[in-house]
Design a protein around this ligand. Structure first.
Ligand code: ADP
Length: 445
């Protein structure tokens, strides 16, 4: 595949992934808004239902209280005047009709509209039977009145309280139109609808931003993984290409050349094996599948072992290896000794690779309770400030020409994973006068 095609495929993959994340983002937003919105609506409906019921009950009760007072006053009065009736009706927003011998009395007659007269007439004819007691029965107020709700032909609900005055043929009917109550309830419903709409919009916005934020680390992780795979395949391709070309050239090659080709194949295979091991190590770290054996470790012994292991290599490269240990005995450090040795090996190997011929590498250990400070100092090529920000990234190498073929840019991130596991810190500073110094800080706490 040429680079144009590969570039095209990469761009298409990125666009597909972006579309996928957009779809996941949209679906999560809708799901969150849907669920939370549903809860909000159900709760509002329940609250609205209960408050409406309470409102209706209260208004019926207050109607009964007021109308009962009026009716009992009416019953107890010797004479009932038109002005008293109209005052009572006006003050309580009631309609009042008085029937004597089956016909509407003229004083209430004049205050009612034609429609209201039809209404009171139909109510009067329906209650007559309920309130018809033999004249001999002495009625108290509680037995001689009746209350109910009535729906008019115009679909208006009325509260009705009607009474027969004593055992005479006089009937009083009090009506209260619930139209204004209905309007109040409608206004309340509208307010709830508005509040719910605002709540739903706020939920949508919150869900939109929250899920977007939630997806950021997943997206970053996904992108990192892609970059890792791309870089890994790129790194593997180079030694593989060398091995393949050596194998192809092998049958036609002369005997001394054959030996050289075999050496190349072996060298490249070893590099591939190192790279694959490093990648597996990092993959295990990502999956939290590392087995750490924490034990009481004497760090000075660990440093001495590293010093001895790297001494011949340093001598070969004409680099002076130094070690600086504390004079007094140190407490043991609780760590995985093999992994910390691995970190030291990575730092030493880098110091040797990027060190200067005739230069030095100094290993040191200090203790300042409760922290152990290990350092690997060299006076080599040093690391630029810009590169310092990236050297712990996977496959990062400051030298783009990749002149150090045995280096893949994975060493420092493995070292960081190990130190992180120990809840320690790893950092780099410039060595005064040139070069780099790596510090590892481990704590016994
Ligand atoms: P590599 O396998 O390439 O050494 P590392 O992760 O160990 O990968 O290091 C990443 C990069 O950091 C190296 O490519 C190099 O550019 C820089 N680096 C690391 N150690 C040193 C050092 N002691 N001196 C100078 N540069 C260093």
């Amino acid at each position: 595949m040429n680079w144009r095609k590969r570039n095209h495929v990469n761009k298409k993959n990125t666009a597909d992934k972006q579309l996928l994340f957009k779809r996941v983002h949209r679906n999560l937003t809708l799901l969150f808004t849907g669920i939370a919105g549903m809860i909000l609506i159900v709760m509002s409906i329940c609250y609205l239902y209960m408050s409406e019921k309470e409102w209706k009950d209260n208004s019926y009760l207050s109607f009964l209280n007021e109308s009962n007072t009026i009716l009992s006053n009416f019953k107890n009065q010797e004479t009932v005047t038109y002005s008293w009736l109209s005052k009572v009706s006006f003050h309580n927003h009631f309609l009042m009709a008085v029937y004597d011998n089956g016909s509407l009395l003229s004083y209430s007659n004049s205050s009612l509209t034609e429609e209201e007269k039809i209404l009171t007439d139909s109510i009067f004819s329906s209650i007559q039977e309920d309130l018809s007691f033999p004249d001999s029965v002495d009625l108290d107020y509680s037995t001689s009145h009746i209350d109910f709700t009535y729906q008019s032909s115009a679909h208006v609900t009325y509260y009705v309280n009607a009474a027969r005055i004593g055992n005479s043929s006089l009937y009083a009917i009090i009506l209260f139109s619930t139209q204004s109550l209905k309007e109040q309830l409608n206004r309340q419903r509208l307010r709830f609808l508005l509040v719910d709409l605002i709540g739903l919009s706020a939920l949508f916005l919150f869900a939109f931003y929250y899920t977007k934020k939630l997806l950021v680390p997943i997206r970053e992780n996904h992108e990192k993984q892609n970059a890792f795979i791309a870089a890994a395949s790129h790194e593997l391709r180079t030694p593989l290409a060398v091995i393949l070309s050596s194998v192809t050239a092998f049958p036609q090659a002369e005997t001394p050349m054959k030996e050289q080709l075999l050496q190349t194949i072996e060298k490249e295979s070893r590099q591939m094996s190192t790279l694959i091991n490093d990648m597996l190590t990092l993959a295990k770290a990502d999956n939290h599948a590392w087995n750490f054996v924490l034990e009481e470790t004497e760090l000075d012994t660990l440093l001495l072992n590293s010093y001895e292991a790297f001494y011949p290599l340093a001598a070969q490269k004409d680099i002076r290896l130094q070690i600086e240990l504390p004079d007094t005995a140190l407490p043991a450090c609780l760590c995985d000794s093999q992994r910390i040795s691995q970190v030291l090996a990575i730092l030493m190997s880098n110091a040797l690779s990027y060190g200067k011929k005739g230069g030095y590498i100094k290993l040191s250990l200090h203790y300042s309770s409760p922290c152990f400070h290990l350092s690997v100092e060299d006076n080599g090529i040093g690391i630029s400030d810009e590169a310092k920000k990236h050297i712990f990234d996977r496959f990062y190498r400051e030298d783009p020409s990749r002149s150090h073929k045995e280096h893949f840019g994975l060493g420092l991130c493995i070292a960081k994973e190990i130190v992180d596991f120990h809840h320690g810190r790893i950092l780099v500073k410039d060595t005064p006068g040139g070069g780099s110094t790596f510090f590892i800080i481990l704590s016994n706490k």
